[in-house]
Design a protein around this ligand. Structure first.
Ligand SMILES: *[C@@H]1O[C@H](CO)[C@@H](O)[C@H](O)[C@H]1NC(C)=O
Ligand SMILES: *[C@@H]1O[C@H](CO)[C@@H](O)[C@H](O)[C@H]1NC(C)=O
Ligand SMILES: *[C@@H]1O[C@H](CO)[C@@H](O)[C@H](O)[C@H]1NC(C)=O
Ligand SMILES: *[C@@H]1O[C@H](CO)[C@@H](O)[C@H](O)[C@H]1NC(C)=O
Ligand SMILES: *[C@@H]1O[C@H](CO)[C@@H](O)[C@H](O)[C@H]1NC(C)=O
Ligand SMILES: *[C@@H]1O[C@H](CO)[C@@H](O)[C@H](O)[C@H]1NC(C)=O
Ligand SMILES: *[C@@H]1O[C@H](CO)[C@@H](O)[C@H](O)[C@H]1NC(C)=O
Ligand SMILES: [Cu+2]
Length: 469
């Protein structure tokens, strides 16, 4: 059964005790054998050590108490304790240096020493942009579907085969599909082979837990950066957001924007949009691992979308401005016990969409806010593993990220989340986000957007204080 953005009927994997996009430069046999991802900087030293930019050092992953069978299964999951299944050492960059080899700067900084704050980039309201800017954005997305990623490749060998001694195989992928692959990789089940039986555990390192908002914040930041550097070649490039509040229909579903519906087949995109030619990847759930591979990145048919074709027992259309307002002001912690879809009065669970927006009480049999928008679209957007194939995903998540930003600004320091007890592996503040490279901890995603170098157009007036403090 594919994982949908709605109900969670599965038994929760309850671990209460307690870029894999792969950088091309670290996938040669030497790096893999040495279990080290410490490429050399232009000064010929690993991680720019000679230039005092960083150092090749052991990767410290927060430990987990191994007292339950489920946690033992995690030892057979290539994503657990990211990136320890593949590497023991990576560059640790000093100060604001960043990048695989410490050659670049952390988001929000620039200059030779990465000590200059970069000008804030503004993420704009998609439906109020000029028609030419909208078309420019669609063209960049469409190109990104064809341009091969220079810096990253995807892993296509399943972990059980790697554990059995096979050398992992990597393939080229387009910039757009790289991000689809990452989203499918982080959210797929963990399949554990025991004799003739395959046990499937519903783990997810980016959804249904505290990592949801910081993970998607970083994911969009990386995606935006890749589109900017590789496709747009425009330092001011940003992704826009889609404000879906109170929409009766899908106002971005027309041929100028994200594509209208095909007149002959309501599940397809209109041929007046280049997106109608897009093919999706990663739509086969557990079949890949069962067949000894990861999602292979191969084309698997057209993008499917049928806005408004939803199950009325799960949602009642797109979310309203009332719901958004309620959730921002409701007195909630960032996340609460059990730190999953059952969490009550949890901002994360409310925005993700597993809790009633009026009461704050968990209600995973229905879908709200973020989840509701996914389900509203039907088709490709409605399943976690495939959703990023639809470019509406980018616009939708940018708006969700802006709601997270509104909340962070209201709460200030309370936006931090340091609970570890009862939090699933991968979701704790000090866990590295799966599958990003260079490595980044969830903690980094609790920074306000201004600190990461961007701002939403409807919050520009509020940023001065934040940068100064
Ligand atoms: C682990 O699984 C085995 C076999 O299924 C069972 O006998 C044992 O009680 C389980 N241990 C824990 C800690 O759940
Ligand atoms: C975005 O633009 C639409 C009009 O196209 C407007 O209704 C909406 O309020 C705007 N959203 C924000 C957050 O500014
Ligand atoms: C992958 O892309 C790189 C760089 O564009 C190229 O050198 C290499 O031959 C490609 N590999 C395959 C298997 O297509
Ligand atoms: C619509 O397109 C989908 C995907 O190609 C296809 O599976 C389906 O049969 C088509 N439906 C009709 C009515 O042609
Ligand atoms: C998508 O639409 C079909 C046909 O109306 C419906 O059976 C299905 O439940 C819908 N899927 C979702 C996720 O709403
Ligand atoms: C959430 O609240 C509901 C209703 O009050 C309660 O039944 C449920 O046990 C609570 N969940 C948790 C995880 O505390
Ligand atoms: C949310 O809770 C309120 C108050 O109990 C209730 O009236 C409303 O129907 C619930 N919303 C949904 C979508 O179930
Ligand atoms: Cu997601």
């Amino acid at each position: 059964l594919p994982k949908m953005y709605l109900t969670v009927f599965t038994v929760y994997l309850f671990i209460s005790v307690a870029y894999a996009q792969f950088p091309r430069r670290c996938t040669d046999s030497e790096s893999l054998r040495a279990r080290e991802c410490c490429p050399t900087f232009t000064d010929d030293s690993k991680c720019g050590e000679s230039s005092n930019r960083g150092i090749c050092s052991p990767i410290n992953t927060a430990p987990l108490d191994l007292t339950r069978n489920e946690t033992i299964q995690l030892l057979l999951d290539d994503r657990a304790f990211w990136p320890r299944a593949f590497y023991d050492r990576a560059c640790r960059c000093y100060g604001n240096f960043d990048g695989l080899d410490c050659s670049s700067c952390k988001a929000g900084y620039q200059g030779d020493n990465c000590d200059v704050r970069s000008a804030l980039r503004i993420r704009r309201n998609f439906t109020s942009m000029d028609k030419t800017d909208i078309q420019k954005f669609v063209t960049i997305l469409d190109e990104s579907k064809r341009v091969t990623s220079k810096n990253y490749v995807i892993l296509v060998t399943s972990y059980d085969r790697i554990l059995a001694g096979e050398a992992p195989e990597f393939l080229n992928i387009s910039v757009y599909n790289l991000f689809v692959w990452m989203h499918a990789y982080v959210s797929r089940d963990n399949l554990v082979f025991q004799d003739d039986v395959i046990n499937s555990a519903d783990v997810d390192y980016a959804h249904e837990g505290p990592a949801f908002l910081p993970w998607h914040r970083y994911y969009l930041l990386k995606w935006e950066q890749e589109l900017r550097d590789v496709v747009a070649n425009d330092v001011t490039f940003t992704i826009p957001y889609w404000d879906w509040r109170d929409n009766q229909d899908c106002d971005v579903c027309n041929d100028v924007m994200m594509g209208g519906n095909d007149a002959d087949n309501v599940t397809l995109i209109s041929q007046g949009s280049p997106i109608s030619k897009w093919e999706i990847i990663c739509s086969k759930g557990n079949d890949y691992i069962e067949g000894g591979s990861q999602c292979t990145g191969a084309s698997e048919g057209p993008l499917l979308r049928s806005p408004g074709n939803y199950d009325p027992t799960k949602i009642s259309g797109l979310p309203t401005s009332q719901e958004v307002d309620d959730v921002i002001v409701m007195s909630t912690a960032y996340d609460t016990d059990d730190y999953d879809v059952a969490a009550n009065q949890s901002f994360r669970n409310l925005v993700e969409g597993f809790a009633n927006t009026t009461t704050g009480v968990a209600d995973p049999s229905k879908s709200y806010l973020h989840n509701a928008v996914h389900l509203f679209m039907n088709g490709t957007m409605s399943e976690v593993a495939t959703s990023a194939n639809d470019p509406i995903f980018v616009l939708h998540h940018a708006y969700v990220d802006s709601l997270y930003e509104l909340w962070l600004r209201r709460r200030g320091i309370q936006g931090r989340f340091d609970v570890t007890e009862g939090v699933q592996l991968g979701h704790r503040a000090d866990d590295f986000m799966v599958p990003f490279f260079p490595l980044v901890r969830n903690r980094a995603g609790f920074a306000t957007s201004t600190r990461l170098g961007y701002v939403y157009d409807y919050m520009v007036d509020d940023v001065i204080n934040d940068v100064a403090s």
